[in-house]
Design a binder for this molecule. Structure first.
Ligand code: AKG
Ligand code: FE2
Length: 328
């Protein structure tokens, strides 16, 4: 895999789009831009490769009122990562607690206000910013792209926020950046095991890659990783799953992680907030953004999510930061 040049739209420049904030988020506001048409276009490989590159640069991309069904959503999840050059053993993720139903296979996660993945361990009085995470970083082979389509919404509320890992890295002082580079952290998803045990269910295994196996739901990853598509350095610890920086004492780790989680949650200049309309689709890159749901609504909110697997995270000491490359 080689770093892509900075041309985030490429062949997608024929469509109307806008940046939602300077650092994160791009939107295709017109519903005439349909992912199903992009998937079926004669130059679909070119369009999808450019879409993967755009998502990797901008962190999250929004599409308006999409007609895509779950089969096509899975095809999109598979082709984005393949065209961006991920290992052939990386398929769609099977979540440890996703259920196979007559309608949906285990590689689809139902995101619902009623329970399950998005609500495991949810408490109404908890601080909203506790929810910041990147998906499934407890896996040895974590996610590249995720695609969420929300089909059922309350009349107001339930926004989703994303934050840029590139900008989170770039906002740190050079001394703090240097301190973090080369450190590794333990990511742990045992909350899902406890949720499964409580409901008397087994953990799905393997989970989309031969390396994502067993019920430990733990992995060690670099604290700063190099993004394989953009070549940029990005912060890769998140409040949801990162428990411990391996090379530090327990107390040091606790303080440094608390600082980094605040850094992500409190810098709203590196965040974008999306207000959903029915059948909107968000595609994000779990390698370089964090996200959080907003549990501020009553009533039913539901959608389907496909998470694909990328590569084993690595840190290349010769890689550059986004601001350094873009001259920001
Ligand atoms: O419900 C949401 O807004 C986001 C839930 C989530 O974290 C996800 O789909 O990965
Ligand atoms: Fe998530």
């Amino acid at each position: 895999m080689v770093a892509a040049p900075f041309s985030p739209l490429g062949s997608l420049s024929v469509y109307d789009s806008n940046d939602e904030t300077p650092h994160v988020g791009t939107r295709f506001p017109d519903k005439s831009v349909q992912l199903t048409r992009i998937l079926a276009a004669p130059n679909s490989d070119e369009l999808l490769k450019d879409l993967a590159t755009l998502v990797s640069h901008r962190g999250v991309v929004f599409f308006t009122d999409q007609d895509i069904d779950i089969e096509k959503q899975k095809e999109l999840g598979t082709r984005l990562g393949e065209l961006a050059g991920k290992p052939t053993t990386s398929k769609l993720h099977v979540h440890p607690i996703s259920e196979q139903t007559p309608e949906l296979t285990a590689d689809v996660s139902v995101i619902s206000s009623e329970g399950g993945i998005a609500r495991a361990g949810y408490s109404k009085s908890a601080r909203a910013s506790n929810g910041w995470h990147a998906d499934i970083t407890f896996e040895p082979i974590p996610s590249d792209y995720a695609i969420l389509k929300i089909h059922t919404l309350p009349s107001v509320g339930g926004d989703t926020l994303w934050a840029s890992g590139y900008e989170a890295y770039d906002k740190l002082s050079p001394a703090y950046q240097k301190f973090l580079e080369g450190l590794t952290a333990l990511h742990d998803g045992s909350g899902f095991r406890e949720y499964a045990e409580k409901l008397g269910r087994t953990i799905n295994d393997p989970r989309g890659s031969p390396e994502n196996t067993g019920t430990a739901l733990q992995a060690v990853h670099p604290v700063i990783r190099t993004h394989p598509v953009t070549g940029f350095k990005t912060l890769f610890v998140n409040r949801g799953f990162t428990k411990r920086i391996v090379e530090l004492t327990e107390e040091e780790s606790e303080d440094v992680l608390a600082y980094l989680f605040r850094h992500i949650a409190e810098n709203h200049d590196m965040q974008v907030r999306f207000r959903w309309n029915k059948n909107d689709v968000a595609i994000w890159d779990n390698r370089c953004v964090f996200h959080t749901a907003t549990n501020d609504y009553e009533g039913l909110r539901q959608g389907n999510r496909v998470v694909s697997l990328g590569e084993k995270p690595y840190f290349d000491p010769n890689s550059k930061s986004r601001r350094a490359v873009l001259g920001l």
